[in-house]
Ligand binder design. Sequence first.
Ligand SMILES: NC(=O)C1=CN([C@@H]2O[C@H](COP(=O)(O)OP(=O)(O)OC[C@H]3O[C@@H](n4cnc5c(N)ncnc54)[C@H](O)[C@@H]3O)[C@@H](O)[C@H]2O)C=CC1
Ligand SMILES: O=C(O)C1=N[C@H](C(=O)O)C[C@H](O)C1
Length: 260
Amino acid sequence: MSAVPVIIMGANGRMGSTLSHMAVHDPELELAGLVERKGRQHGLEGFGCPVVEDVRELLDISGAVVIDFTAPAVTMDVAAKAAERSVPLVMGTTGLNQEELDRLEQLASRTPMFWAPNMSVGVNALLRCLPDLVRILGEDYDLEVMEIHHKHKKDAPSGTALKLAQCLAKARNKALDDVGCFSRHGIIGERPKGQIGVQTLRGGDVVGDHTVYCLGPGERIEITHRAHSRETFASGALRAAKWIGSQQPGRLYTMADMLG
Ligand SMILES: NC(=O)C1=CN([C@@H]2O[C@H](COP(=O)(O)OP(=O)(O)OC[C@H]3O[C@@H](n4cnc5c(N)ncnc54)[C@H](O)[C@@H]3O)[C@@H](O)[C@H]2O)C=CC1
Ligand SMILES: O=C(O)C1=N[C@H](C(=O)O)C[C@H](O)C1
């Protein structure tokens, strides 16, 4: 089978750089092009592929897949351009609002698209198990999610923490918008039954930690996922890049679809 040509957005970013270094050593992939802002392109010429500012310059590459870990406005822009040219797209950007996610669903009718707020196998395995845990524990266990990330992260809470909390709420047939609590300060009174707390810590160079707490009478469960390096996320994204090209347009695919 021939190598899948990949185009990497934000190539000098923390994720873009990890993806580029991994893709160039993967025999099933061909690093076909890099996209980065003017003034941030230093060192990228060393990859030996075209380096551009506008992804449209690369969308004619036959069989190409675009990978995007940048920022919401950039992701929405590249999604529109990829849809226009029917180029498959894998996105990991977080901080997208519901309107933006709805727009991605619409654009996915024109080309296969994949989005996941966390591309690690571990977090996605946890998402699979949580509904059973919540159902078995019942309503007497208070549910909280806590996340820690490096000091450069721009969005809060993390996309993963939101996804975990949405999963917990859904397991109780609730919407996170109705039961989520995103900050506590001052005389807040007793914790309302059924509330799902989501708390954010920021500092240092933490790659990404997430803990789900189930706090019950006489006991508690704490489940923690810690990413040891960004390669964990990048390997999920590169696997998605190899997978997405053979999927039909029509919906926004995610890790659960790929992992089966
Ligand atoms: N889904 C997942 O598994 C993961 C998601 N993320 C998310 O990925 C996103 C990026 O994270 P980082 O790599 O840490 O950020 P970063 O700030 O290190 O990298 C973003 C890169 O995008 C570039 N960029 C900005 N505008 C651009 C444009 N118009 N065209 C091309 N490049 C442009 C920036 O110059 C920068 O190099 C965040 O939303 C983060 O939450 C991060 C890790 C894992
Ligand atoms: O910005 C990051 O670094 C990460 N972002 C993702 C998120 O918001 O959940 C995934 C990962 O935890 C790293």
